[in-house]
Design a protein. Structure first.
Ligand SMILES: Nc1ncnc2c1ncn2[C@@H]1O[C@H](COP(=O)(O)OP(=O)(O)OP(=O)(O)O)[C@@H](O)[C@H]1O
Ligand SMILES: [Mg+2]
Length: 253
């Protein structure tokens, strides 16, 4: 199953969710194998997970070079059963590379088709733009997860556009489904959060994950230590939020 974590808004928690979802899937569904694909030139996810040297091949090399075997591109990570195709600065050039031919027969989709059976889950961490990288990820995906930041009106404006992008991608990938909108950095006590809830209920009924991820300092600390919340603070409320969310993904995916 291939899932894109996408929203054109920056800083809404895409990378944090991708990282903890990958670790959570392996934690809650033992023996599952997860491949993360970092599409963002900032390489935040790569920095959280990567174990190997910086000169190793990246997604850009794999797409550009037909002679490069997948085994040379995929990297083991610090987390068992989680592998990554890393990003690097050249990922910005992917935008151009992928733009040459946006059709179901893109090189990207063909290449993915050759390896996806090796994994239970493939997760795309998308950049904060609706450019061709995000579009291609959506065209290759079974599902999209769209994080919105609790109490952030701007995130809502981003929602309209990502929804349009999902509709557009369906022309090439009719089975693409929205797995859910995920409220993150959420604080239910705030008036802005209650307003967000009302708005989501009105505009996006039944499209929101029943579990949200609260705002939590321990999650930031965990990221600094390059640990998932399952490792860093296993008995915390925010770990429970993630556990519930990951279980929703397992059940609905
Ligand atoms: N639930 C949370 N509670 C507190 N802090 C959080 C939470 N989720 C994410 N953060 C923090 O918010 C910041 C942005 O998160 P993240 O990098 O995951 O967003 P992003 O959408 O991937 O950003 P970008 O668009 O730049 O790729 C990070 O500093 C992260 O530590
Ligand atoms: Mg990110």
């Amino acid at each position: 199953m291939i899932i894109s974590i996408a929203n054109e808004k920056g800083g809404v928690g895409k990378t944090t969710i991708t990282f903890n979802l990958a670790c959570g899937l392996v934690h809650l569904k033992p023996k599952s194998k997860v491949l993360c694909i970092d599409l963002d030139a900032q390489a935040n996810l790569t920095n959280l997970l990567d174990n190997s040297n910086e000169n190793a091949f990246s997604l850009y090399d794999w797409i550009k070079n037909d002679n490069l075997d997948f085994s040379e591109v995929v990297r083991q990570t610090t987390k068992p059963n989680v592998e990554i195709i890393a990003s690097n600065l050249f990922s910005n050039d992917l935008h151009e590379l992928m733009g040459k031919d946006i059709s179901p027969a893109t090189i990207f989709k063909e290449k993915l088709a050759t390896i996806k059976q090796n994994y239970d889950y493939v997760l795309f961490d998308c950049p904060p733009f609706l450019d061709r990288r995000t579009t291609n990820a959506l065209v290759c995906s079974d599902f999209a997860i769209v994080p919105v930041k609790g109490g952030d009106g701007f995130s809502i404006s981003g929602l309209k556009r990502i929804n349009e992008a999902i509709k557009d991608a369906r022309r090439l990938n009719p089975s693409l489904a929205l797995l859910g909108i995920l409220k993150t950095m959420y604080n239910g006590k705030l008036v802005v959060s209650k307003e967000l809830d009302k708005l989501l209920e009105r505009e996006y009924p039944k499209m929101v994950f029943s579990n949200s991820i609260r705002e939590a300092t321990s999650l930031r600390e965990a990221l600094m230590m390059k640990q998932s919340i399952f490792e860093y603070d296993p008995n915390s409320n925010v770990e429970e939020d993630f556990r519930n969310f990951v279980n929703e993904v397992i059940q609905n995916g």
